[in-house]
Design a protein around this ligand. Structure first.
Ligand code: MN
Length: 291
């Protein structure tokens, strides 16, 4: 086994709003170097770093919009989000929970701050990650997985802290999410001085986002809060050492190595399939969802 070295550490770009409820730093695909091809199978990552939203009776968020061809994964670190889609999926996720929506052939959905949370306001912190689907699954049936924090697999690391598996595998244990290609997704929750070691296949696209605290990777690369480290697609093993109590999101997925043809909320393999997506959307084939 050889070391998986850090290829680049990326600072968060200036934040922008998605709708009026998500103040995000985009890392994938627009940050330096982190385009869809390089990050395959991860095609989008928006990170709402800690941000205070004031109290309101009109929940902030993003209204009805379509998706086709991939999965949207929302990881809540602070605050609450309520979600509904035209395939009947939906629910509320709060601190530590994950919503894993497989848009596949197409859904309409909307994402808002949960109304009772919005009335109080508070610190909001969330990641939305888009995982591409293999060509053979892009036109499959939409699905929805609500993954509560207590359903995640916890791997105890003693005094170091623990790892909470959302999807894939860590030290022989399996996370609850079903995926269409090999994807590992987990939070390392480490105490000051706590260490953890991770091993993934060399060719997997692997990255770490520091949600809280700061870490040293492989004993040499310091990564601060809200920064993103991309690893080389060679070598298998890396280590994290927390410099303070820290939460680090780790993602590692096998590249699909298929053509990627994105357009707005649709990510397909060819231009023809994008034109078809617009036709289907305009002809009401994504179903119906009330505003
Ligand atoms: Mn969406």
């Amino acid at each position: 086994m050889s070391v998986k070295n850090v290829e680049i550490v990326v600072a968060p770009k200036p934040a922008h709003f998605v709708g009026d409820g998500f103040r995000v730093h985009n890392f994938i695909p627009s940050a330096y170097h982190l385009d869809m091809k390089r990050m395959d199978p991860f095609i989008m990552l928006d990170y709402n770093s800690q941000f205070h939203f004031g109290a309101t009776d009109t929940p902030r968020g993003v209204g009805v919009h379509p998706h086709r061809g991939f999965e949207t994964v929302t990881i809540a670190y602070q605050g609450k989000v309520e979600h509904h889609d035209s395939a009947g999926g939906g629910g509320i996720i709060g601190k530590g929970d994950v919503q894993w929506m497989t848009a596949a052939s197409g859904v309409l959905h909307k994402e808002f701050h949960e109304s009772e949370w919005a009335k109080q306001g508070g610190i909001f912190q969330m990641v939305q990650l888009w995982v591409n689907l293999p060509a053979k699954d892009k036109m499959g049936t939409p699905q929805y997985q609500a993954i509560k924090n207590e359903e995640m697999t916890q791997v105890d690391l003693g005094d170091n802290g623990f790892v909470e598996i959302i999807a894939g595998n860590y030290k022989g244990q399996q996370g609850p999410a079903t995926t269409f290609s090999p994807v590992n997704m987990m939070n390392a929750k480490l105490k000051t001085g706590g260490k953890a070691e991770f091993t993934f296949p060399a060719d997997y696209t692997t990255a770490a986002l520091v949600i809280e605290g700061s870490v040293i990777i492989n004993g040499e690369e310091k990564v601060a809060t809200d920064h993103f480290a991309l690893f080389q697609n060679e070598g298998e093993t890396f280590t994290l050492e927390a410099q303070e109590d820290s939460i680090i999101l780790i993602i590692s997925g096998q590249p699909l190595n298929e053509p990627i043809y994105p357009h707005g909320p649709f990510v397909m393999n060819t231009r023809e399939e994008i034109i078809q997506a617009f036709d289907d959307y305009n002809n009401g084939k994504f179903g119906y969802l009330e505003d």
